[in-house]
Ligand binder design. Structure first.
Ligand SMILES: Nc1ncnc2c1ncn2[C@@H]1O[C@H](COP(=O)(O)OP(=O)(O)OP(=O)(O)O)[C@@H](O)[C@H]1O
Ligand SMILES: [Mg+2]
Length: 349
């Protein structure tokens, strides 16, 4: 580490080793002028052959042109007499491999989210003519907010020469995570769909590394909804024509699987709805008697109508208007008062 620190100073500082991969060591470091953390993937030339050096250099070239939030950014490549260094965005979380080692498996929701993010990354790479060819938990880094695809060390790119990647006797993929067609060297972007499917299935079922490729019994899927199972299993079709044809197609199918949180809470929502319905029915059933119609207003305390004329004072005689428009004719003799009507018999009931 002291030799590396001396080589990359003063531009970069090396802080601590993060991991040792197949190609070299990865360190956490610092960009001194920006005071920004970086990851330094270091290849020691003394222990690397020509093919390895070529792959390492290609990795930087291929990855540097992919600009996506789910792909680890490459900032720089450095060449020293003793080392080659790839300067990358530092991802603070663990790799998916470490995470699975600790927790065994991921929930359906986590697996689904991770799958969608990796499909975004693959869509970006495939659109740029890049096939990753090494999708596996060790190459997926779990950032604070999102997962990031790393390690394009054996990626194939339409316009970057890769004759050394097919050198005889040198495996160019991780044996447990390979598509059937990768064994014959004829892999296209659908190989990444297959290996992401293997990774997703491993996350969901908690498969050990040596069981990742093998057939999986039905019992292992117990408790996992059939829709997500079908989507993952289609990515693992041996027949290329039967497999999802693109990352986009795979992503659309995964998106359509119902939201696991909703599914988990669905029985609770159903129970709550049912209880509410029971409460409402209990409250309103049997239908309550209608309130009686409002009573008519109580009768006024008046004497019987027959006695009214006798009790009421006689109305005063009508006065002539104060300013008659025309002279009034002489008043006629007052008519004889009408005889009071005899009281009526009460109606028969
Ligand atoms: N940008 C990064 N930020 C943080 N950690 C990283 C970063 N890149 C790599 N690592 C860590 O280093 C490990 C190895 O990285 P990488 O896969 O790139 O190396 P490799 O030599 O190609 O490994 P292998 O051949 O085993 O796939 C990762 O699993 C991860 O733990
Ligand atoms: Mg790797």
């Amino acid at each position: 580490m002291a030799r590396l620190a001396a080589a990359i100073a003063p531009r970069y500082r090396v802080d601590r080793p993060i991991a040792r991969g197949g190609m070299g060591c990865v360190f956490k470091g610092l960009n001194n002028s920006l005071q920004a953390p970086v990851a330094l993937k270091v290849l020691e030339l003394a222990t690397a052959d020509e093919v390895t050096v070529h792959r390492f250099e290609r990795e930087g070239q291929v990855q540097a042109r992919l600009n996506h939030s789910n792909i680890v950014r490459v900032y720089d490549t450095l060449e020293y007499p003793e080392f080659r260094v790839l300067v990358m965005e530092f991802v603070s979380g663990q790799s998916l491999k470490e995470m699975l080692k600790e927790s065994g498996r991921l929930s359906v929701g986590e697996t689904r989210r991770l799958g969608l993010q990796m499909l975004e990354a693959l869509e970006c790479a495939h659109d740029a003519g890049v096939v990753h060819r090494d999708v596996k938990p060790g190459n997926i880094l779990m950032g604070r907010k999102e997962a990031l695809l790393a390690d394009f060390g054996i990626a194939s790119a339409a316009d970057v020469s890769d004759e050394t990647l097919t050198s005889p006797g040198r495996p160019i993929f991780t044996p447990a995570y390979r598509s059937p067609e990768q064994e014959y060297g004829a892999a296209d972007h659908r190989s990444d769909i297959y290996t992401l499917g293997l990774t997703q299935r491993q996350c969901l079922l908690g498969l050990q590394d040596d069981k990742v490729r093998g057939p999986v019994e039905d019992a292992a899927w117990h408790g996992i909804s059939s829709d997500i199972r079908e989507v993952i299993e289609r990515s693992l079709e041996v027949n290329l024509q039967e497999r999802w044809q693109s990352a986009d197609e795979f992503k659309a199918a995964l998106e359509k699987t119902s939201e696991p949180l909703m599914r988990r809470w669905r029985p609770a929502f159903a129970a709550m709805g049912l209880s509410l319905a029971i409460i409402l029915v209990a409250f309103f059933w049997p239908p309550r008697p209608q309130p009686p119609p409002p009573l008519p207003p109580p009768p006024a305390l008046l004497p019987p109508p027959a006695l009214l004329p006798a009790l009421l004072p006689a109305p005063p005689p009508a006065e002539p208007p104060a300013f008659p428009a025309e002279p009034l004719p002489p008043p006629a003799a007052a008519p004889a008062a009408a005889a009071p009507e005899p009281p009526r018999a009460p109606p028969c009931v």
